[in-house]
Design a protein around this ligand. Sequence first.
Ligand SMILES: NC(=O)c1ccc[n+]([C@@H]2O[C@H](COP(=O)([O-])OP(=O)(O)OC[C@H]3O[C@@H](n4cnc5c(N)ncnc54)[C@H](O)[C@@H]3O)[C@@H](O)[C@H]2O)c1
Ligand SMILES: O=C(O)C[C@H](O)C(=O)O
Length: 356
Amino acid sequence: MQSSSEINQRIARISAHLNPHTIQMEGNSVLRRDNCRAKGGSAGFKVAILGAAGGIGQPLAMLMKMNPLVSVLHLYDVVNTPGVTSDISHMDTGAVVRGFLGKDSLEDALTGMDLVIIPAGVPRKPGMTRDDLFNINAGIVKTLCEGISKCCPRAIVNLISNPVNSTVPIAAEVFKKAGTYDPRRLLGVTMLDVVRANTFVAEVLGLDPREVDVPVVGGHAGVTILPLLSQVKPSCSFTPQEIEYLTTRIQNGGTEVVEAKAGAGSATLSMAYAAVKFADACLRGLRGDAGIVECAFVDSQVTELPFFASKVRLSRNGVEEIYPLGPLNEYERNGLEKAKKELAGSIDKGIAFVRK
Ligand SMILES: NC(=O)c1ccc[n+]([C@@H]2O[C@H](COP(=O)([O-])OP(=O)(O)OC[C@H]3O[C@@H](n4cnc5c(N)ncnc54)[C@H](O)[C@@H]3O)[C@@H](O)[C@H]2O)c1
Ligand SMILES: O=C(O)C[C@H](O)C(=O)O
């Protein structure tokens, strides 16, 4: 026979399951939020994913749960987080997973985080540009960044939501307004452009993509995506036709996926892969590993524009060093001028959105 206190405990556990606002799911145990134990938690960093129930968010959450550098994983969305959290929390890896549903739980989701990854917002449909997402996603990113300023102002922020060329300036303005802006800690994620460039270049060269390193600079939309094919490692050369083919394919990689998905969204799986590769680099930087270099869209003085994507070295503080573009050939110099012209407008639009 069970005692009444045992029965009460069981009822509390069942009601915690049923009320998505009050549950926390930790490893294999489900506990009320006001009575939590970090059971099974390993030493590591606390990471929040905002938009965790989406097309990118779900595989990203799964891959971050597999990352040994993560001790606590917070999954926040305005829909469906209880199901995603329950599902992912059954994985027998070290990270403790907690789900947060709806805007009232944003502050709890963010408090104490070391890294916040943001794939929240609407994706493109065929015929749309990334800028067509501005009207909806600008407001979403602004609200989420206000929460970050308040609850985890020293967290590293990886911003995925499009248009990245405008959402990163929006985030910077929100942080400036709150007095919490540290340019080293805000990074627009352009890793998917690098991942695509490595893949497409490897195909042309007949190499394993893991052996190829293509710097991609500028921004994350159309002509602002500028692969520097003259700086590919291992050192190689391309015909003018190959350069034209590769540049166009890398710049249109996102559109290629949007069209293939025919209305069902944009890149999610390759993006989750790229986001985890980038987040892992940020976490290794936070841990103090040396020589972590990746491309990212950051507050920059590499050009006359206030934000620009180029190679950056990551450290305990986020972006420790921003590398210059290096020698460009004529094709790349022309590409750079086109990229800067379009980028300038997108950056201004983001800044104006917050200052208005
Ligand atoms: N940077 C890149 O390289 C890159 C690559 C692919 C997609 N993206 C962008 O990432 C974003 C997400 O794409 P997706 O395919 O995952 O879209 P999706 O619609 O599948 O998922 C988005 C998620 O965001 C959530 N969301 C909406 N408003 C929110 C809010 N206020 N707070 C928290 N969550 C909120 C939705 O509920 C949904 O679960 C899009 O803007 C897309 O363009 C960027
Ligand atoms: O193309 C998109 O709209 C999504 C993303 O920016 C991508 O490059 O795949």
